[in-house]
Design a protein around this ligand. Structure first.
Ligand code: ADP
Ligand code: MG
Length: 621
């Protein structure tokens, strides 16, 4: 028999999605306080929040009518139309948090609007469900919400709560995430009557015109409070603005990495999220700078137009989806990389004047012409397409499955347009990456496996060789020239290879007795760890290369060895996770026959098995 569920049951089901544990209650309540414009928020809890949670703010408060509505499902003051959905900057907008929380706890709100004479109290009755009592009360301006005995009426869930210390850990974590970006708000946190922390308010110290100073003076203050000054001293601040996005934050110096991911925080439009693309971009920026088993610390904030981000892909809004993932990847990777590499070159003068404040400098990165690449003509279409396929999938696991195929589809569409902008249909399908070593592809005739390193190595090698042969290499000037210190014997060895390096696209200058400066690198590999590559060339190739390179073929032979070395060391390695974009691009080259079938060392780059043969193995034929 089909029945319509009653409201109270619906709220309890929703509570399962929104309210998982005390920490999620705190997150919802504190975010509401932030949305209400509070700049002082106190959270008091007892026994890991299981027995008692109270959030007090000095925000704008609610009048009697709003206060009695706020516990209703789909009661929200934050959106009123479908159009609003794509322009959300507030934290909440579904209007279900308070309805859900109040359906599974003893719940009360005390609130007074700024300037109002009396306040309002709304409380539920612990026994008769969905029955709220509304009364007048004298109270301070702002809002106080109390949540007691969470899940008292859903025993299965209450039992599911972990011990006090686990719940407390989740709460701390939630708190830290919120406090880290909202540095203009004072946060006080009390557990079992003891003040756990009381973070200062860092307000508008210098005024808006000093954006970089803002990070130093205000945000740094909060970051230091939270990470502790030792950890903080290893963080490099940065701020970068591109056409449609601001990316800023702190990344740990490469030498100060950790063996775990304990200090990694990502925020998109001030919302703490985990996002695969951005995380991968950050790790990519550290590539070759830190050992494989270690982890950087970072606090990174991306601010971009709300309509370019879908925050609605996850019920608790813990993940986001970007309209232009590839660009986000590139900008993040490049910004972090520049911040890291630049720091090693502190004593060189670089393009942007460093901003020095409180003895710490912030690097003003060059403002690039990075565009997120939507032109006005198809902008609306793209955005609505994007919203269409992300909205409405509420179960996270369905999204997980869909996400991958959508990404591949998107990249397909993006990357394989011909000159006239028409989509070309592909006669192959990328299934994905396995063991971080191989790509699997389905073609009409066969199942294809590509060795990612061998294939990419071949691609880089061919490009470099072709450019050198056509005397047409594109070199890229570094924003900050790379400085490398060498021993006397290394300097000697380098001199042997210098003339060939120049032919490939490196501009290298001596800089004092034992230091060289690299001004340019071939653009195909300029984002790779050039310092490592040059040091490697010196020790592995130049040091045992003969000096007499008069004969033409000897020069070519030496050049070839050098290009092989560079290709091998700048190619994607086995073990590297590849982005969809990288996977698609590489597959296209291999499948279309644009690159040869062996790597420069002669290993095959792909293997395949025909469907006939596979059919035979399954005794289908
Ligand atoms: P949402 O945040 O998605 O709108 P909630 O259930 O969290 O939904 O809150 C419902 C409404 O109650 C909010 O839209 C807001 O108008 C009001 N509200 C909740 N908490 C506060 C607060 N601390 N101060 C002022 N108004 C609040
Ligand atoms: Mg809310």
């Amino acid at each position: 028999m089909i029945k319509i569920l009653d409201n109270n049951l619906i709220n309890k089901i929703a509570a399962g999605e929104v309210v998982e544990r005390p920490a999620s209650v705190i997150k919802e309540l504190v975010e509401n306080s932030l949305d209400a414009g509070a700049d002082f928020i106190t959270v008091e809890i007892k026994n890991g929040g299981i027995d008692f949670i109270e959030v007090v703010d000095n925000g704008k408060g609610m009048n009697r009518e709003d206060a009695s509505l706020c516990v209703e499902r789909h009661a929200t003051s934050k959106i009123s139309s479908v159009e609003d959905l794509s322009n959300i900057l507030s934290f909440g907008f579904r209007g279900e948090a308070l309805a859900a929380i109040s359906s599974v706890s003893k719940f009360s709100v005390q609130t007074k609007e700024i300037g109002a004479v009396v306040g309002t109290m709304v409380e539920n009755n612990n026994t008769i469900e969905n029955d709220f009592k509304v009364s007048e009360i004298g109270c301070a301006e702002g809002t106080r919400i109390r949540v007691e005995n969470i899940f008292f009426n859903v025993p299965a869930r209450r039992k599911f709560l972990k011990g006090l210390s686990t719940e407390f850990g989740h709460i701390l974590n939630t708190f830290v995430n919120i406090a880290l970006v909202n540095y203009r708000v004072r946060f006080k946190f009390i557990h079992n009557g003891k003040v756990v922390f009381d973070y200062h308010q860092y307000a508008n110290i210098r005024g808006k015109e000093h954006e970089s100073a803002r990070i130093i003076d205000e945000w740094s203050g909060r970051v230091k409070e939270i990470l502790g000054s030792d950890n903080f001293s290893n963080m490099i601040p940065f701020h970068q603005e591109t056409g449609e996005m601001i990316i800023e934050g702190f990344v740990s110096r490469p030498e100060a990495t950790k063996i775990n991911k304990s200090h990694q925080y990502l925020f998109v439009n001030s919302r703490p999220v985990y996002n695969n693309i951005v995380h991968k971009a950050i790790y990519d920026a550290y590539r070759n700078l830190i050992p494989a088993s270690s982890h950087p610390s970072f606090i990174i904030k991306l601010d971009l137009e709300p309509e370019l981000v879908d925050v609605n892909v996850h019920p608790r809004k813990m993940d986001v989806k970007f309209l232009q993932q590839q660009e986000i990847f590139k900008i993040t990777q490049a910004t972090v990389r520049e911040t890291l590499i630049g720091k090693e070159l502190k004593n060189l003068s670089f393009a942007g004047e460093p901003f020095v404040s409180q003895g710490k400098e912030i690097k003003k990165l060059e403002i690039r012409n990075w565009k997120l690449g939507i032109n006005n003509q198809n902008r609306e279409d793209k955005i609505s397409d994007f919203k269409m396929h992300t909205r409405g999938l509420s179960a996270p696991f369905i999204q997980q499955i869909k996400k991958q195929s959508d990404e591949i589809k998107n990249f397909n569409n993006e990357m394989f347009r011909n000159e006239n902008g028409k989509k070309e249909s592909l006669n192959w399908r990328l299934v994905g990456q396995i063991k971080n070593l191989y790509l699997i592809i389905e073609t009409p005739e066969s199942l294809v496996l590509i060795d990612q390193h061998a294939a990419h190595e071949r691609d880089v090698y061919d490009k470099l060789t072709k450019d050198v042969e056509n005397k047409n290499f594109k070199k890229q000037q570094f924003l900050m020239p790379l400085k490398i210190e060498l021993s006397i014997s290394e300097m000697d060895a380098l001199k042997k290879g210098l003339c060939i390096l120049e032919k490939i696209g490196f501009e290298v200058e001596e800089f004092g007795v034992n230091t060289i400066i690299v001004q340019t690198a071939p653009s195909d590999i300029a984002d790779k760890n050039i310092v490592e590559i040059i040091k490697g060339l010196i020790s592995d190739i130049f040091s045992n290369m003969s000096m007499d390179l008069e004969a033409e073929e000897k020069i070519i032979e030496a050049r070839d060895r050098i290009i092989k070395y560079i290709s091998c060391h700048s190619a994607i390695r086995g073990g590297d996770i590849m982005t969809q974009e990288e996977q698609m691009a590489l597959t296209d080259k291999v499948v279309s026959g644009k690159i040869k079938s062996t790597c420069p060392h002669g290993r095959p780059i792909m293997t395949m098995m025909s469907w006939d043969e596979i059919g035979k193995r399954f005794k289908r034929i």
